[in-house]
Design a protein around this ligand. Structure first.
Ligand SMILES: [Zn+2]
Length: 232
């Protein structure tokens, strides 16, 4: 098992007892560090998921404050931010598709959270480009040209369906891409708040969401991405 294979297993099944996985873990110091990081944020993620999703606005504010307090007091690493941001963003996106933007909701928390965590760009996931290529090819997509500087790539879930979460470096901070093969939209949807704006665009199979700071030209990013990837 090479480092790339090891890291793929690490991301999908870090509790694997597989012999080749265990052998690599004990023989490669770099991957051991990677593994420890993964296990660390697995625990953080479980904690994050165990926070019940509140139903009324007041408790939403409390949730937000508790996340902020929690994060600042314990100095979470960037990957934890990315993972929680993904989770909250995906939930937010789900709501965005079905709820008018004027209603305050979880998407607000998502967008605020996203906006606070530009530091995600400070450290990149070492295998992000390879991971992105693999995840896309699993979905029958080839990357003809670079879609940008990919700093993060992982699977995610949108309601019942699987998706891909990518973060690329924009000119003003991270640009979040969520490929949702099982979520179809009839036409392009735009959404925005004070800190960020986004687009959900239909594509040959499902849809793609792009969320970035207001300074980013998401239409340009969208057309670049659509020119760079191919559904096969
Ligand atoms: Zn290794």
């Amino acid at each position: 098992m090479n480092c790339l294979e090891f890291r793929r297993v690490c991301q999908t099944d870090p509790y694997s007892r597989g012999k080749r996985f265990q052998e690599h873990l004990h023989s490669c110091s770099q991957c051991k560090i990677y593994f420890n990081d993964v296990m660390h944020f697995e625990r953080d993620l479980n904690e994050a998921f165990s926070i019940p999703i509140p139903e009324d606005l007041e408790s939403r504010i409390v949730l937000r404050q508790s996340i902020e307090a929690d994060v600042s007091s314990r100095q979470r690493n960037w990957l934890f931010f990315a993972i929680v941001a993904t989770f909250v963003l995906v939930v937010g996106l789900t709501l965005l598709i079905f709820k008018p933007l004027s209603e305050p909701g979880l998407e607000q928390i998502a967008l605020d959270f996203y906006n606070r965590n530009n530091s995600v760009l400070a450290v990149s996931q070492p295998t992000a480009v390879e991971s992105a290529r693999l995840l896309l090819s699993e979905n029958g997509i080839t990357m003809k040209n670079n879609i940008g500087k990919i700093v993060y790539a992982n699977r995610c879930y949108i309601r019942e369906g699987k998706g891909i979460h990518l973060v690329i470096a924009g000119t003003n901070g991270p640009v979040t891409l969520v490929y949702m093969p099982e979520e179809s939209v009839d036409k392009k949807m735009l959404f925005a708040n004070k800190y960020s704006h986004g687009i959900i665009a239909p594509c040959p199979r499902g849809s793609i969401a792009i969320i970035a700071s207001p300074e980013e030209d998401i239409e340009k990013i969208k057309s670049h991405i659509f020119k760079s990837i191919k559904w096969v």
